[in-house]
Design a protein around this ligand. Structure first.
Ligand SMILES: [Zn+2]
Length: 198
């Protein structure tokens, strides 16, 4: 049997060999994505419910208890102004498992993120503050300004998802991460609700 396979393989031209290997790889990737997709559909939303109150964050951390200066028009601010005045850094435990959250005028970002991820998430939140509603668009705009930060954020988010999850739930963690990836990078809308990362 093995001999037969080996001689068949040697009978292939180089092009056939390359096509064969590429086919196997593509098949493997497709199978992996199908598994991710199935997992993302069958897994319950087991993430701890995000219990973050914008009102409480505003009151505790924003200038004047979150009262917005009446003359401020968020959409007319520049990105630098938003980053300077409207992005507020808070301890991770204040925003649960989120990397950041936009609360209308102010946005809150975990100060415990790795440096480049903090930069990236800050820009992402600033895009929301400036009126960008789509997660994927906010991500693309932030990625143009902080591509390395995007990579660090993706890796950090994936690692954090696994480390805070019991090992028996890791298959579901994979499924949920795939669902998250589709929202943040492939333009999907949320269907689940509580999986916002930032
Ligand atoms: Zn966002």
């Amino acid at each position: 049997m093995l001999k037969k396979i080996t001689s068949t393989w040697h009978g292939f031209s180089t092009l056939q060999k390359i096509l064969f290997i590429v086919g196997i790889l593509l098949g493997f990737i497709a199978a992996t994505l199908v598994v991710f997709e199935l997992l993302s559909r069958v897994c319950p939303a087991y993430y701890p419910a995000v219990d973050v109150s914008c009102a409480e964050l505003d009151e505790k951390y924003a200038p004047n208890g979150g009262e917005i200066p009446y003359f401020m028009q968020p959409q007319k601010q520049s990105l630098d102004e938003v980053l300077e005045d409207q992005i507020i850094y808070v301890p991770q435990e204040e925003i649960g498992t989120l990397n950041g959250i936009t609360c209308g005028y102010y946005a809150y970002v975990s100060k415990d993120l790795p440096g480049p991820a903090k930069t990236y998430v800050s820009i992402h939140e600033a895009m929301h503050v400036l009126g960008e509603g789509s997660e994927t668009q906010a991500n693309l705009k932030a990625a143009k300004l902080a591509p390395f930060g995007m990579i660090v954020t993706v890796i950090h988010t994936a690692l954090a998802s696994f480390t805070r999850t019991p090992i028996q739930n890791w298959p579901c963690t994979l499924g949920r991460l795939w669902g998250t990836f589709k929202v943040y990078f492939l333009g999907n809308d949320w269907s689940g609700g509580d999986m916002t990362i930032f």
